[in-house]
Design a protein. Structure first.
Length: 91
């Protein structure tokens, strides 16, 4: 897992190595899915309630749906910024 830069996303949209029915992933897998962010960044995102998580024994698990929501929000922000930049160029 260490050294893995990006999750392998297949052409059908599924993420390699993750059961499509899985609700939670490890913090390490969440790091990889979010573009190799740090463990501390994951912790801060959980504190800010950007990511939902739970503890199971000593393990912290991150809800996969909340990871997708963070990525969707980032994509929407990037699209809005690109659209605003294109609108500024046209004016």
């Amino acid at each position: 897992m260490h050294g893995e830069k990006f999750a392998d996303i297949r052409t059908d949209g599924e993420v390699e190595g993750i059961d499509p029915a899985a609700r939670f992933v490890s913090v390490q897998r969440a790091q990889a899915l979010l573009g190799d962010v740090t463990y501390r960044q994951i912790g801060l995102m959980i504190q800010r309630r950007e990511l939902r998580s739970c503890k199971l024994g000593r393990r912290r698990l991150v809800e996969l749906a909340s990871i997708n929501e963070v990525l969707d929000a980032a994509m929407a922000a990037a699209m809005a910024a690109a659209s605003a930049e294109n609108g500024k160029d046209a004016a």
